[in-house]
Ligand binder design. Structure first.
Ligand code: SAH
Length: 251
């Protein structure tokens, strides 16, 4: 028997075992991560099928955006497992992320096209802004709570939506320097259409806006600015947190 060659093989076996051990010790927990991602993506598919398509939203750009944006990363960590449920969720500071169906309905009704410049009033979590960015829009979003504006800005850039511009301020006034817009989406309730927003909307473009009393039921309107004036139609009843006005010094 040749013990010399057995010794050589044993040495190689030890080296291989060590390499494998180091690999398992220091490699990232791929299994766990992909399981989590897979389960969120299947919740997203279920949400699209049962809450969005079943209620008649069919725009393929909107559907694809809903498929791509990880909604669970826009809610507080302890609510992630509820992120794909058919309801709004609290995001802190007394505010909420809208119900997925309402985000889909508003995005579809805006009629935005690739490259359109869109203003959002009420950034909140940044989810609606991410959906519009995913649809290929250039998004300008205004949020009155500075902490929420900061959080949303950070989250959006971390997720690669760094074309979205977020500003802390009073969205009632729009975003004068970036106007006019190809679309305006207002995600907080107003009791009248803010004149600055109508002024900043391009002719032939739409604004989607919930109008009605605060802390009650409002009507979601699609307001189109035509050369003959404003033409509106209702999308039904909704409940949004109110648009608030306050003195605010811009950043
Ligand atoms: N679009 C958000 C949800 C918005 S909730 C999302 O996808 O998560 C409504 C938001 O409007 C809240 O964050 C609230 O702070 C904000 N808001 C209220 N009044 C505002 C105002 N005057 N200007 C800008 N944002 C306002």
């Amino acid at each position: 028997m040749n013990f010399g060659s057995v010794g050589k093989w044993a040495k190689w076996a030890v080296v291989i075992l060590l390499v494998l051990l180091l690999f398992f010790l220091f490699s990232p927990p791929l299994q766990e991560l992909s399981w989590e991602e897979t389960s969120f993506s299947s919740l997203r598919e279920k949400m699209i099928k049962e809450q969005i398509e079943a209620r008649g939203v069919s725009d393929s750009w909107v559907i694809e955006a809903l498929r791509q944006v990880p909604r669970h990363l826009f809610v507080p960590e302890n609510l992630r497992s509820q992120a794909y449920q058919d309801r709004p969720l609290p995001i802190g500071f007394g505010q909420t992320i809208s119900q997925p169906y309402i985000v889909a309905l508003m995005s579809e009704s805006l009629g935005a096209k690739l490259g359109d410049k869109v203003l959002e009033v009420g950034t909140g979590s940044g989810y609606q802004a991410a959906i519009l960015a995913e649809m290929g829009c250039q998004v300008y979003s205004v949020e009155i709570v500075p902490e929420l504006a900061d959080l949303a800005r950070g989250r959006l850039s971390e997720l690669g939506y760094d074309t979205v511009k977020v500003r802390a301020g009073d969205g009632y006034l729009g975003w004068e320097e970036a106007a006019p817009f190809d679309g305006i989406i207002v995600t907080c309730a107003v009791d009248h259409i803010p004149p600055p927003l109508l002024r900043q909307l391009k002719e032939g473009s739409r604004m989607v806006i919930p109008v009605g009393p605060p802390w009650s039921i409002q009507t979601l309107w699609v307001v189109e600015k035509t050369d003959e004036g404003v033409v509106s139609h209702s999308l039904g009843e909704v409940r949004f947190v109110p648009l608030v006005r306050q003195e605010f010094s811009p950043e």
